[in-house]
Ligand binder design. Structure first.
Ligand code: CA
Length: 230
């Protein structure tokens, strides 16, 4: 997969064979994988691995998939992570219950791997378009996540890899204010220790890069909060 970064998929499935097949196929498609075999582990991994999307089995021991979904959808910091529920039961009533928990999509077992991959991509196209190679636009700036190219007013811009990831993060949600910590998580990764001042340094480089052929600085500093594009 040619994209800005590997999106992380959290696979929650108690059946070892099904879990491994799913992880294997997602990995082959270029996704980074986190695996949980029950609901408790899933809830821990959501915080540790910061997944971009969750494929969640309905029938899990102890904390069910429905309960995991309900909890994640009621938390402000996890609400926007798309959840695709897997279920062995195709009845319409179950489908409705599944959607009432806030699940974003629903797949009945046995499912086709190709179809599931397509659904994962559909969700990511909505929430993390840069990770699936989409073309993003904001005013006169165009970022092509497939070719890793950025243009402003049709002129090609030179950007370092970190500035490219910063810009793609901003362009996925124009106007959203990102704190330095959120940018560190998203651009540098949660496992890596980087000082928040590093963010300021790269924001400075991004601003310079965006204005290399002229034009106004589109990055806004929000005092006490962080940065936003537009
Ligand atoms: Ca199961």
């Amino acid at each position: 997969m040619s994209s800005v970064e590997q999106p992380t998929v959290l696979v929650v499935e108690d059946e070892p064979a099904q879990r491994e097949v799913l992880a294997y196929n997602l990995e082959a498609e270029g996704f980074a994988i986190a695996k949980a075999e029950n609901g408790e582990e899933a809830l821990v991994l959501v915080d540790e691995a910061a997944p971009d999307i969750i494929v969640l089995d309905w029938m899990l021991p102890n904390v069910s998939g429905i309960e995991v979904c309900r909890r994640l959808k009621s938390r402000a910091d996890t609400r926007n992570i798309p959840i695709i529920m897997l279920s062995a039961r195709a009845e319409e009533v179950d489908r409705v219950r599944g959607l009432e928990t806030g699940a974003d999509d629903y797949v009945v077992k046995p499912y086709s791997v190709v179809e599931l991959m397509a659904r994962v991509r559909t969700q990511l196209r909505r929430t993390r378009p840069a990770t699936v190679g989409e073309r993003l636009e904001f005013e006169d700036i165009v970022l092509d996540a497939e070719t890793h190219k950025v243009f402003r007013d049709t002129k090609s811009l030179k950007l370092g890899p970190t500035e490219f990831r910063l810009l793609s993060t901003f362009m996925e949600k124009p106007g959203r204010v990102w704190s330095r910590e959120q940018l560190l998580d998203r651009v540098w990764g949660r496992d890596i220790y980087v000082d928040t001042r590093t963010v300021d340094v790269h924001i400075g480089r991004l601003r310079k890069a965006l204005c290399q052929h002229g034009g106004e600085d589109p990055v806004r500093t929000v005092r006490g909060a962080g940065y936003a594009l537009g």
